[in-house]
Design a binder for this molecule. Structure first.
Ligand SMILES: *[C@@H]1O[C@H](CO)[C@@H](O)[C@H](O)[C@H]1NC(C)=O
Ligand SMILES: *[C@@H]1O[C@H](CO)[C@@H](O)[C@H](O)[C@H]1NC(C)=O
Length: 341
């Protein structure tokens, strides 16, 4: 579902406006993946990570993330979860790469990079069951290079911002989303949109592939009350990540490929965008997330404790992987080749 239609739904008559939307600033940019490659230092490709500062090379499901963290980069200070995605790079004509930084999202511009996190509830007011300690999941496949129209591939898209936030020409939050990276310069940046599954088997906090314990509605959309399959009967909040890549420094047409293709690649060597993916490790304190859901919080949530973005921006982690990821680099971190299939 697109943000514009989400907003229209959320504001529609007779619907319950219930959706947390908050920024989580950058915690660390690092080649670690405690979910898919626990213990591997480094893991295959670079990630951008937000949330509590107990993020680590390995993260045992038994870990008490609120207890192990001293700070979180998220607005809501009871949220010590970790959220991460791949990282975007620009490839210049001379073949060298430069990391594309993130920037604060619309209405959350003060955030130091990172991403915007949503926990969305069905608009018919159906109750959702918050995630439990030890819960984790992922969406997307770093090896994908084509659009398959699978339920999972429909959760991933991009928005080309034609103007800066607050600019006159063209509101940045409108326009059609694409499944692949936009093929034209986006004057206000590119936003990644990634939705997670919304049905849980009610038993397993994780699964070997980190996805089989969750599923999508059998028909319709989560927002409009689409039913969960009997194998995964428990409705969970719809987790949604938006990442705004600040491509504005990389829009010079003289630096774009001469064959008309677009110049951005994800850190796993994906020049298409179909391989974008996201990971989640739940880490809310106590029943804070369930309380927020039960209170039908919409964007703001007085039932939760929060911090100013300037404080959230100060929560940072030192990288433990010793490698250069910024400035002009000859290859993607981890020497990931660019692959088209
Ligand atoms: C990461 O894990 C190691 C090994 O258990 C531990 O020594 C270190 O303190 C952890 N780092 C953080 C930031 O939690
Ligand atoms: C490659 O191109 C970029 C962008 O023009 C430039 O800043 C960089 O210095 C170049 N690197 C080399 C090694 O020529």
């Amino acid at each position: 579902m697109q943000w514009s239609s989400l907003l229209a739904l959320a504001l529609g008559a007779g619907t319950v406006r219930a959706m947390l939307r908050f920024s989580c600033s950058e915690l660390v940019i690092e080649r670690l993946d405690p979910l898919v490659f626990p213990g591997d230092n480094p893991s295959p490709h670079l990630h951008q990570v937000v949330g509590g500062n107990a993020f680590n090379v390995s993260m045992d499901p038994e870990n008490d993330l609120p207890g192990l963290s001293d700070c979180t980069t998220c607005t809501f200070t009871e949220d010590f979860s970790n959220y991460w995605t791949a990282v975007l790079y620009f490839r210049a004509r001379n073949g060298t790469f430069h990391r594309v930084p993130q920037m604060g999202n619309q209405f959350l511009e003060q955030a130091d990079g990172g991403m915007t996190i949503y926990y969305i509830q069905p608009y018919d007011g159906t109750k959702v069951t918050a995630f439990q300690p030890g819960f984790r999941m992922l969406v997307g496949d770093p090896n994908e290079r084509t659009y398959t129209d699978s339920l999972e591939s429909r959760q991933l898209s991009f928005r080309c911002f034609d103007a800066n936030f607050g600019g006159e020409a063209g509101a940045p939050g409108t326009g059609a989303d694409t499944r692949e990276l936009p093929n034209r310069p986006c004057l206000g940046g590119i936003r990644s949109n990634i939705f997670f599954p919304t049905c849980w088997d009610g038993v397993n906090l994780d699964s070997p592939d980190h996805r089989s314990h969750v599923a999508y509605p059998t028909s319709g959309s989560f927002e409009m009350g689409g039913p969960c399959p009997s194998s995964h009967p428990v409705k969970i909040p719809q987790l949604f990540y938006e990442t705004v890549w600040d491509t504005r420094a990389f829009n010079d047409p003289n630096e774009w490929p001469e064959d008309g293709s677009q110049p951005f690649v994800f850190s796993m060597g994906d020049p298409t965008g179909y391989g974008q993916h996201a990971d989640y490790v739940f880490g809310w304190k106590g029943d804070a997330l369930q309380r927020a859901m039960d209170a039908n919080c919409n964007v703001m949530c007085p039932q939760l404790q929060s911090q100013d973005t300037s404080i959230a921006n100060q929560c940072k982690q030192q990288r433990v992987v010793n490698e250069v990821v910024d400035g002009w680099v000859d290859e993607l971190p981890g020497t990931n080749p660019i692959t088209y299939v």
